[in-house]
Design a protein around this ligand. Structure first.
Ligand SMILES: C[S@@+](CC[C@H](N)C(=O)[O-])C[C@H]1O[C@@H](n2cnc3c(N)ncnc32)[C@H](O)[C@@H]1O
Length: 358
């Protein structure tokens, strides 16, 4: 395919392959850092295409490593690429890439979980929240142990329009363990429906783009990888504070095979659990015998609004944690001191983990 003039000039000059770079700079993948590299440029190009047109765009790449995906981003025409890499062994090879694309690459050695992306780009690229997304993209192939906490953190940032979203509805193209990618996009009623599905779909349009087989990575991880694209919604599906929504959704899915009232009940101190759970369900008009996976986003919206109302009427309710109450009870039992409750103890339910990665 012929490459048009301007984009052709933005393409990188011939460089050693990523495999050669890895050998040249002795960049062995660190198992502890879950480093799995993509050496096949057709795959890195395919990931980059999911972001949309990057011509003259601003991009933050998280975890560039030896730079395979970085090259594809540059070849797609990004004008300003900021890379954030935690492992300093990669800095020399990234500098080589920066020299091959003069003025287009900025390198930050740091942790993406704490990096202040709102300071990484000039604010004149910002768009109003309700407008089209800005010409800023975040792209990354991160370790699974980082990508899940990171997306939760960034969903919170969407709710406050901070971090990468200080510039508007910045789009994200990120990799996840295949099963996590499926959860992020799972619809109501599906087996994979989970806390992540509800949280992601409350704040974003989420698309599971394609799956990369584990064997495409060096070294090969145990699992396949899903590429997921997020566009923040102009209007989140739920208007309550992020912490409130997250707490409610987490409680519901703690008992994912039970009726939803089991998890919802755990939002309330034992002494008032029954009456407040009934009140929550009455206010939200949600059927208590629906399973967590059967709840739609409008159900979660109604529940969050009702829970918000109850929290505003009862000081301290939002910070109540049933695990903490159980811990204190166990402690008192051990010490032989009574733990005062006004109601008989609730039956102890076996908790169900949402997934192993969390
Ligand atoms: C799975 S490797 C992918 C490398 C490269 N992007 C590729 O596709 O071949 C993940 C990269 O993220 C980096 N990384 C891990 N945790 C990070 C963090 N918290 N902040 C920034 N980079 C991180 C690792 O050092 C590694 O380079």
């Amino acid at each position: 395919m012929a490459v048009s003039g301007k984009l052709a000039t933005l393409r990188l000059p011939p460089l050693p392959t990523i495999g050669e770079i890895i050998k040249l700079f002795n960049l062995r993948a660190e198992k502890q850092l879950s480093q799995n590299f993509l050496l096949d440029m057709r795959l890195t190009d395919k990931i980059v295409r999911q972001a949309g047109s990057l011509r003259n765009a601003y991009v933050c790449e998280v975890g560039p490593g030896p730079g395979g995906l970085t090259r594809s981003i540059l070849n797609a025409g990004a004008a300003d690429l900021l890379v954030v890499e935690k492992d300093n062994r990669f800095i020399p090879s990234l500098k080589l890439l920066a020299e091959a694309a003069p003025g287009r690459v900025r390198i930050v050695q740091g942790d993406i979980l704490t990096y202040r992306m709102d300071r990484g780009f000039k604010h004149d690229i910002a768009k109003k929240w309700e407008d089209e997304p800005p010409e800023l993209h975040v792209i990354g192939n991160l370790p699974f142990s980082v990508s899940t906490p990171l997306i939760i953190k960034w969903l919170d940032c969407i709710s406050t329009r901070s971090g990468p979203f200080a510039f508007g509805r910045t789009r994200l193209t990120l990799t996840f363990q295949k099963e996590v990618a499926e959860r992020l996009t799972a619809s109501t009623g599906s087996r994979q429906r989970s806390r992540l599905s509800v949280m992601a779909q409350t704040y974003c349009t989420v698309k599971n783009c394609f799956t990369i087989p584990g064997k495409a990575f060096v070294p090969k991880p145990e699992v396949d990888v899903g590429v997921v694209h997020f566009t923040p919604l102009a209007q989140p599906q739920i208007q309550q504070p992020f912490n409130l929504v997250e707490k409610l959704v987490k409680n519901v899915f703690q008992f994912r095979r039970k009726h939803c009232f089991r998890g919802l009940a755990m939002l309330f101190p034992e002494a008032h659990r029954t009456e407040l759970t009934h009140e929550l369900l009455r206010l939200s008009c949600v059927e208590p015998t629906l399973r967590p996976t059967e709840l739609t986003i409008p159900h979660f919206r109604a529940l969050s609004d009702a829970y918000g109302q109850l929290c505003s009427q009862s000081q301290g309710l939002i910070s109540y944690e049933f695990r903490e109450e159980q811990r204190l009870k166990r402690l008192h039992r051990k010490q032989g001191t009574p733990h005062h409750t006004e109601a008989p103890p609730a039956p102890v339910e076996e908790e169900e983990e949402e997934n192993k990665e969390h």
